[in-house]
Design a protein around this ligand. Structure first.
Ligand code: APR
Length: 240
């Protein structure tokens, strides 16, 4: 029997938390692995309010490239398996740090986007929303007030969306199985949720190519393998 499948079948409330490693098999870079976005770029100089205000041209170029990189990117097998598992009741929800919208595109419904979504923009002055295609057309002025249009994502130093946090807290408390897929667990408060779940008595699964700070707390640790193949293997056993 496959250990992950076995844990899923013997749990009442499995919850999944994903990081950028969930989307690398769709062709998107993660942040902290050898090919990650932060390998040769300083997050604080690009993904912060300070950068948006004082380093606007690089801020804009960075997010224009991330929005353009999403064009044509599709959910991978792992995203589809998680959506299928939600439909079948094998998992209850997904807490994601990703802003690419690939879980929802694959059909997952109960998704908390802790760090927002790059699919849309809003005005930093009046809050009016705008489509992210404006960035690809180099349009950055708010059509309502002329303010600066910025992506709907949480920049370093900003508060996370209250609704997403509340949902993630609720789900981490209810979870009796908490599955981390493709995150280095190095950014708070997202990194607190597996700790909360574990403290509430949940069993913890970590599937990540490289080490995380939570590895020694994991009841099942799957390291060095791709999420897609791990989920496919477990899915095969769940179908048996
Ligand atoms: N299968 C398994 N693990 C993978 C795969 C894969 N196909 N691809 C990458 N990984 C692992 C990497 O080894 C890495 O440890 O996924 C992890 C991704 O970690 P990070 O790059 O740190 O991404 P994440 O944890 O999501 O970062 C959290 O940091 O910069 C902020 O807002 C940004 O949401 C992001 C947050």
């Amino acid at each position: 029997m496959n250990q992950l499948a076995d844990l899923l079948q013997h749990s009442d409330y499995p919850v999944v938390m994903t990081g950028a490693g969930m989307s690398t098999e769709s062709g998107l870079p993660d942040f902290r692995s050898n090919t990650g976005l932060w390998k040769n770029q300083n997050p604080a100089a690009l993904a912060s309010v300070e950068a948006m205000e004082n380093n606007r041209s690089e801020f804009l170029a960075f997010y224009q490239s991330r929005i353009e990189a999403l064009a044509g990117v599709l959910p991978n097998d792992g995203h589809h398996i998680l959506a299928d598992w939600e439909q079948k009741g094998f998992i209850k929800s997904i807490i994601t740090q990703n802003v690419d919208g690939l879980h929802q595109q694959a059909g997952s419904r109960h998704v908390a986007e802790l760090h927002g979504s790059i699919a849309a923009l809003h005005c930093h002055s009046c809050g009016a929303s705008a489509d992210s295609s404006r960035y690809t057309n180099n349009e950055t002025s708010c059509p309502v007030c002329g303010g600066f249009l910025r992506p709907n994502i949480v920049l370093f130093g900003e508060m996370l969306p209250e609704e997403a946090i509340a949902f993630a807290q609720q789900e981490s408390t209810r979870a009796d199985l908490f599955i981390v897929l493709g995150s280095s667990l190095s950014v708070a408060p997202a990194s607190y949720f597996p700790v909360d779940a574990k403290q509430q008595g949940a069993r913890l699964v970590i599937v990540n190519r490289t080490e995380t700070d939570m590895d020694k707390e994991a009841d099942l640790l799957v390291q060095g393998e791709n999420i897609g193949s791990i989920l496919k293997e477990a899915d095969h056993h769940l179908k048996d």
